[in-house]
Design a protein around this ligand. Structure first.
Ligand code: 13P
Length: 297
């Protein structure tokens, strides 16, 4: 069933947990995310990033995401991730997305506020929850490599969210949840992620809306728990899930061709193996993000 971004994050707040927000630019990923939610009994967010349009266009993926979410017994929010163009956002809202992120983090502050406020007005007319970003993670998801060790203020192009500015940002826009930068990065980590819980605590002390962790795959379970206890309610997860699925498919091809290098490997066997691996990973991730809360369904 469809649950609005605002409501799904309120569930997370009530239970001191975070909702897993999986980027799903393939049917295997959409199915795995929704099936993992049904298996575990926790809500889930499935999301399409504007920069993934060349993997699968919104016009193809969006209606499938909404239809599968509607008929699921799990609580599912269908969310637009990292949208920089309001016309693109309108297309998603018209398809039935009930969560959207406007990402003006690359813009000068005043322009980020102005454009985010326009996104808020649009979302309100569709009863859609809005996420906005302040501070920057540097690299975008889809960038292949991020240097975790350098993901400090100024490193990797990342800029930590300014806690005082966060207070003004939230009050000026009327957003529902805030994406903040405190040391995670999109993509693969080259070193250990270095999270600043001090920055996160300062943001939490100043703003009341639920907080979002981007660059959320590749982080240790211990850091996930610390971040959730510090107020993170939505964790975006993509890179490591598709990395594991890719490795599984490579292993499958290698195993089939071990005795006969010309052996045929069918595409449907690859997609089935990828789905199975994603389901396994997403199930485990959802359980970690539940942070000890009882299943809700
Ligand atoms: P990862 O690249 O760490 O999976 O983060 C995904 C993300 O934040 C999408 O918005």
């Amino acid at each position: 069933m469809l649950v609005n971004l605002r409501d799904i994050c309120a569930i997370a707040e009530q239970n001191n947990m975070a909702i897993a927000a999986f980027n799903t630019p393939s049917l295997e990923a959409v199915r795995a995310a929704i099936d993992a939610a049904e298996v575990t009994g926790y809500p889930v967010i499935i999301q399409h990033a504007e920069c993934h349009d060349d993997i699968t266009p919104l016009d193809v993926m969006g209606p499938a995401m909404v239809a599968l979410a509607e008929r699921s017994t799990a609580q599912v929010c269908v969310h637009l991730d990292h949208c920089e163009n309001l016309s693109y956002m309108r297309r998603a809202l018209e398809m039935g997305f009930n969560g959207a992120m406007f990402d003006g983090s690359a813009l000068p502050y005043e322009q980020n506020v102005a454009n985010s406020a326009r996104a808020a007005a649009m979302c309100a007319s569709f009863d859609c929850g809005l996420e906005c970003e302040l501070g920057s993670l540097g690299a975008r998801e889809g960038d292949l490599l991020s240097d975790g060790a350098a993901a400090t203020e100024g490193g990797s192009g990342a800029t930590y969210t300014d806690p005082d500015q966060a207070l003004d940002f939230v009050a000026s826009i009327g957003l529902d949840i805030l994406a903040c930068s405190f040391g995670t990065v999109h993509g693969l980590y080259r070193g250990e992620p270095q999270l600043s819980f001090e920055v996160l605590d300062q943001i939490r002390d100043r703003v009341e809306v639920p907080l979002v962790m981007h660059g959320g795959s590749g982080v240790s379970d211990e850091d996930y728990r610390k971040a959730i206890d510090a107020g993170i309610r939505k964790i975006n997860y993509y890179t490591y899930g598709v990395k594991y699925a890719g490795e599984t498919v490579c292993d499958l091809v290698q195993a089939r061709r071990a005795d006969d290098p010309a052996a045929v490997v069918y595409w449907h066997d690859m997609t089935a193996a990828a789905y199975k691996r994603l389901l396994e990973d997403f199930t485990q991730v959802i359980r970690v993000f539940a942070n000890g809360a009882e299943p809700l369904a």
